[in-house]
Design a protein around this ligand. Structure first.
Ligand code: HEM
Length: 475
């Protein structure tokens, strides 16, 4: 009986597959499919290990295959057609032609709602416009003071751990990231946050996301609904949401009581954010309460996890390259001596910045970003059809031959020598590329512009990289 059902399903699959492929032929040439697809489940079985290391190895192999056959390859997960793009020109084309995020991001919806990171384009456009001004000027006003005191706290805690094995510094750096983001965003609301509980919840949620990604049967909402993962997920989402509520409530009360110190000691980085909170407190109503809560979770998560993970990767690289660590130490001593860091110090910490860029090149926190195609997209050698989904392989862009023979090695000095940096605007994409790149966007020089003749930007207006640089000064 079961055998008959399976045979019938396979027959249906083949018929549908042929029909779907035929319907696509008029859309132009298709890229080669990655080998190993099975009837019905496509490449789903390759991803099913549930193990993030195995998943990453597989993704690297798909990138190599894509590179070997023109920069685009097809992947089937069940019925859905996906593409991996590793060609830099095609990545640029697709990143601007398709702004919708793909099905993978749907998995984060219970946590992030319609926050900017995953929102459908019509909502994203409004929110991005509303929040963008908050990510421009005066980012560092007041920030450095907060950072200095947070970092001292961290150094004190860390010094008690020295010598312990294994030494796990993630909780410390994670909580520094969390507290600093809450302080800068919310002017001091961090003390209402239990960072250990929050970071643990984030780690658990990330793990569950990997499980869901790799076990293709969990992509089905009905199956997922009855899975144990969903119940666990709800528990941890509640913990994260409680942090957001606590932060927002504290800020709202301060604003209503006129005791808010935003603007004086926490800078105006999140000025637009504060406007949102005013709305939350009922004064205006452009966004609903739920939308504000979602955006707050998005910003805390996007700001904390990215910066903290980048620092952890950098620390691991430095531990493996003591000579580079020594040079950073020398540079910090030369620029700062034994005083606290100030805003005007940052442009002088040239080597430190090169180390961070090189860390993000080798280990971008988002090695792949996904898009859903709402219309056909014409690439150099093929046309990807509307309705399919594509992944931009940032990991592969950062390891293109154009980076030189030492592409696989940790060589911060490459960033100090213009002739060693590729000119292609998609060669470095740690903050993604195109119109949906990180809102806390890096300075234009990270797009490699000034290295090739354009003027360097005003560094006081830069954001993410400075934040990361500052975190880093204390290690
Ligand atoms: C080392 C630091 C950071 C890195 C490497 C980074 C990287 C990225 C990347 C790759 C994306 C695109 C994600 C995707 O398409 O799937 C992104 C989006 C985003 N990032 Fe960052 N990010 C960093 C820091 C921050 C910070 C500090 C904030 C806020 C305080 C932030 C807020 C956002 C937001 C809101 C988006 C969504 C933008 C949109 O869809 O329009 N990021 N980031």
């Amino acid at each position: 009986m079961w055998i008959a059902v399976v045979i019938a399903l396979m027959a249906i699959y083949f018929i549908v597959d042929v029909l779907v492929s035929r319907s696509r032929t008029h859309k132009g040439p298709q890229p080669p499919q990655y080998p190993g697809a099975l009837p019905l489940i496509g490449h789903g079985h390759l991803f099913a290990s549930g193990n993030s290391v195995a998943l990453f190895e597989l993704c690297k192999d798909i990138c190599s295959y894509s590179n070997s056959c023109g920069g685009v390859t097809g992947l089937k997960i069940g019925w859905t057609q996906n593409y991996l793009i590793s060609d830099p020109d095609d990545c640029l084309t697709l990143s601007n032609a398709s702004l919708e995020k793909n099905f993978i991001y749907e998995f984060m919806k219970p946590l992030l709602g319609n926050g900017m990171l995953i929102a459908p384009v019509p909502i994203w456009k409004v929110h991005r416009k509303l929040l963008s001004p908050a990510f421009n000027q005066e980012v560092l006003d007041g920030f450095i003071g907060i950072f200095n005191s947070q970092a001292k706290k961290l150094v004190n805690s860390l010094s008690q751990e020295v010598g312990k094995k294994p030494f796990n510094f993630w909780p410390y750096i994670g909580s520094l990231g969390l507290e600093t983001i809450c302080f800068t965003a919310m002017g001091g609301a961090a003390d209402s946050v239990n960072s250990t509980e929050y970071l643990n919840a984030i780690e658990e949620l990330a793990d569950m996301l990997t499980q869901k990604l790799t076990k293709f049967w969990l992509h089905n909402s009905l199956i997922f609904y009855f899975s144990t993962i969903r119940k666990k997920q709800e528990k941890y989402i509640k913990i994260v949401n409680d942090v957001t509520y606590a932060v927002l409530e504290k800020k709202r009360n301060e604003m209503l009581n006129g005791t808010s110190n935003v603007g004086e000691n926490s800078g105006r980085k999140f000025k637009a954010f504060i406007d949102l909170i005013m709305e939350y407190s009922g004064e205006k109503s452009v966004l609903s309460d739920q939308e504000i809560i979602n955006e707050t979770t998005n910003i805390i998560l996007a700001g904390q996890d990215t910066s903290a993970s980048t620092i952890v990767y950098a620390l691991i690289l430095l531990g493996s390259h003591p000579e580079i660590q020594e040079r950073i130490f020398e540079e910090i001593l030369e620029v700062l001596g034994d005083r606290d860091v100030e805003k005007q110090d940052l442009p002088k910490l040239v080597f430190l910045e090169a180390v961070l860029k090189e860390t993000m090149r080798l280990y971008p926190i988002a090695p792949f970003v996904g898009r859903r195609l709402t219309e056909d997209v014409q690439l150099k050698n093929c046309t990807l059809p509307a309705g399919s989904s594509a992944f931009l392989a940032i990991h592969a862009l950062h390891r293109l031959k154009m980076w030189g023979d030492d592409v696989e090695h940790f060589v911060p000095d490459r960033w100090l020598d213009k002739s060693r940096i590729p000119e292609h605007p998609a060669a470095f994409a740690a903050f993604s590329i195109g119109r949906r790149m990180c809102i806390d966007r890096p300075p234009p020089d990270l797009n490699l512009g000034y290295l090739h003749g354009r003027q360097p930007p005003d560094r006081s207006a830069t954001t993410t990289l400075n934040v990361v640089c500052e975190f880093f000064l204390y290690y």
